[in-house]
Design a protein around this ligand. Structure first.
Ligand code: WT7
Length: 656
């Protein structure tokens, strides 16, 4: 089967940064030149410039045993020291590290000096519970400062954290605790979501119960519990400890010890195509270098004046690299928000931006599209003029949403950076630099200085410009995953076998290089369709559908078809204002015609189903596999990873 993905949609608008933006930016075209001239030398420079090394490294990269890389291998550092103590020592201890806003409206501002003390106390508590170098600690917390404090305290001890998203069930938590062999779990009684307390402790209790099965072993010795929700909790004496009983009383003296650059920092589980989640392993020096470097240049960070806000939960990699490690390593001031965007009113995010004067906003296309669905009158009520850089991550952002983001949120002037990366890459890989790049709506554009990426065919050969193919990372990078926890074979198989000969990393994404050399992400390769011999991208057709004035959101799948092999089937959510004035049948016909005109007859959907919801994972990714089941009239498969498991029965009913 050919790996070429046919590209049909054209987008030619370009938005260079304004002269005012260019005048103040830290982005420098010389970065590209220096990195191209000496890639490893460039990364060595970044590592020395951005981090403090207790013991300087002499070798940048050891790639003698691929795919197992060592970055800055003989250097030593302490990740938490880099995010905390050194800022205090440099005299910026009074700078706010985290402005935290709880969903009910309570708030805390924590300076670097205070955060450093808290982390030291917590590190002392964890050490007292027996946590040391190499031990695993599971963190199952809401979006409260203690989540970041816990991560840094674990890192400070040279131990390994495994953050589990608070929305995951007891079963998911259990398999992650067991796979990592966690010694301690840090959790809370509950956290605020959608106006009420959502309990967390019962899931921890349940996940730790009944370990009598074959091969099962209870590794957890203690559960440290933050009081946040104020809800009642069951208590296991001897095992459970209240955070407030031990952390404030602990000593704030704790000297950060140096650990080797390749010391494991964290495991983060991500769903694979097959059942068992993969524990993606990241290590210290290379990871922190790339997190700090990308956070600085991709967002044009001015740490003295910027107020940065990444809306991702700490349970995802975006929360690790761009809430915890990148911003703190750079001494940035950031906003952290506990709750949901619509609580207690649909303008909550915009109110927060106004209240804190947020200058950099980093969020996901799924959020932007849900705001589009409600309409611009909501953000228009707030003063968003402080915003100067906007970021997007997690899926392709369709040009329609990109334009809305720029105009309605960015006041028609803030540059947008569409950042492509993965849990596995640890940090941003492809993105415009806002002070340099003329941005194109919908394109992630170019690999960052120091990153090598190609679009290749099934054989690993570069495709001609204008053509689609597979995204491959052709050179090792500092924040790359170092393995799958406990499963080196799976690591090699999943990411390195496909282009073994070339030594490329296979990202699993389809992409296209346009005539200017800009990258367009076309979605996961598993999601492409084959229609009458053409390989079509879900992302392009979805983008076309959403460009229609009636559409709020769209998901496209390929369903088997007798004549065309596969046929395009679209599931579409309409904007509320259009539902009132049109029939679903009329709109479905209009939309089929629209895609046919915009992209070409080959892409015209066979069916357009108007639905009220789309099936999404908790991180907002559309589960096309389930929609394929519906489109092909099958029983709907495993829905356990859906954010809302009821959605599929509603969609099935609507389609019937
Ligand atoms: C997959 C990785 C990266 C942190 C959040 C997601 C898709 C991510 C983009 C983008 C198009 C994107 C890819 C990638 N993706 N960013 N800017 N444009 N697609 O991390 O859960 O590991 O998912 O998300 O398909 O492979 P993740």
């Amino acid at each position: 089967m050919s790996s070429q993905i046919d590209h049909l949609l054209n987008e030619s608008r370009q938005f260079p940064p304004s002269p005012e933006f260019v005048a103040q930016t830290i982005d420098d075209p010389a970065l590209y030149e220096r990195a191209a001239a000496d890639r490893e030398g460039f990364w060595g420079e970044q590592a020395r410039e951005l981090l403090h090394w207790h013991k300087p490294f002499t070798e940048v990269l050891d790639w003698t045993n691929p795919p197992f890389a060592k970055w800055f291998g003989d250097g030593e550092l302490n990740v938490a020291y880099n995010c905390l103590d050194r800022h205090v020592e440099a005299g910026i201890g009074d700078r706010v590290a985290i402005h935290w806003e709880g969903e009910p409206g309570d708030s805390r501002s924590i300076t670097y000096a205070e955060l450093t003390d808290e982390v030291k106390r917590t590190a002392n508590v964890l050490a007292g519970l027996g946590v040391g170098h190499g031990d695993r600690v599971a963190i199952y917390l809401p979006m409260i400062p203690e989540a970041v404090i816990s991560m840094l305290a674990v890192a400070r001890l040279g131990a390994i954290h495994s953050v589990v998203f608070g929305g995951f069930s007891a079963d998911s938590l259990r398999s992650r605790i067991d796979d990592a062999g966690a010694k301690v779990v840090i959790t809370a009684d509950g956290g605020y979501r959608k106006g009420k307390v959502s309990a967390l402790k019962p899931a921890v209790d349940q996940s730790l119960a009944d370990r009598n099965g074959e091969g099962e072993q209870q590794t957890v010795e203690h559960v440290l519990v933050v009081k946040r929700g104020g809800n009642d909790v069951d208590w296991t004496e001897g095992r459970d400890i209240w955070w407030h009983d031990v952390v404030p009383a602990a000593s704030a003296d704790h000297e950060a010890q140096a650990f080797p650059s390749e010391n494991p920092l964290y495991i983060l589980y991500t769903s694979g195509t097959t059942g068992k989640p993969k524990g993606i392993l990241h290590t210290s020096g290379g990871y922190l270098t790339q997190a700090a470097y990308t956070h600085k240049y991709v967002f044009d960070l001015h740490p003295e004046t910027d107020v940065y806000w990444c809306t991702a939960d700490i349970g995802w990699v975006t929360g690790h690299s761009y809430v915890a490690y990148g911003p703190l390593a750079n001494g940035a001031t950031q906003l952290m928000y506990e709750g949901t965007p619509e609580t207690p009113h649909p303008g909550r995010w915009w109110e927060l931006i106004q209240k804190y004067g947020v200058t950099i906003l980093y969020t996901a296309p799924t959020a932007i599209r849900s705001f589009m669905k409600i309409g611009r009158q909501v953000p228009n009520e707030f003063d968003l003029s402080s915003l100067r850089v906007l970021g997007s991550v997690g899926e392709p952002i369709n040009p329609e949403a990109w334009m809305w983001y720029r105009e309605v949120i960015g006041g028609g002037k803030a540059p947008i950076v569409d950042t492509w990366w993965q849990t596995e890459t640890g940090g941003i890989m492809v993105s415009p630099l806002p002070g340099i790049t003329a941005a194109k709506p919908g394109s992630a554009q170019v690999p960052l200085p120091g990153i090598s990426i190609d679009v290749v065919d099934e054989q690993g050969k570069e495709v001609e410009s204008g053509n689609g193919g597979l995204l491959a990372i052709t050179k090792p990078w500092p924040a790359m995953l170092r393995g799958v926890w406990g499963d080196p074979e799976r690591f090699k198989e999943t990411y390195w076998e496909k282009f073994e000969e070339q030594g490329f990393y296979f990202a699993g994404d389809g992409a296209r290089l346009d005539e200017d050399g800009d990258l367009w992400l076309l979605g996961r390769v598993d999601d492409v369709m084959h229609v009458s011999g053409h390989r079509l991208s879900t992302a392009e057709i979805e983008s076309s559908l959403v460009a229609h004035e009636a559409t709020a959101e769209a998901a496209v799948v390929g369903a088997s078809d007798e004549t065309t092999g596969q046929a395009v089937v679209a599931f579409v959510i309409l904007k509320e204002s259009f539902l009132a004035e049109h029939t679903p049948e009329g709109l479905a016909t209009q939309l089929r015609g629209w895609v046919g005109e915009q992209i070409g007859p080959i892409a015209r959907p066979r069916d357009v189903y108007i639905v009220g919801e789309l099936p999404k994972t908790r991180s907002g990714k559309i589960m096309r596999r389930l929609l394929r089941d519906v489109a092909e009239g099958r029983e709907v498969g495993d829905t356990t990873t859906l954010a809302d498991t009821a959605v599929m029965s509603i969609i099935s009913a609507q389609v019937k």
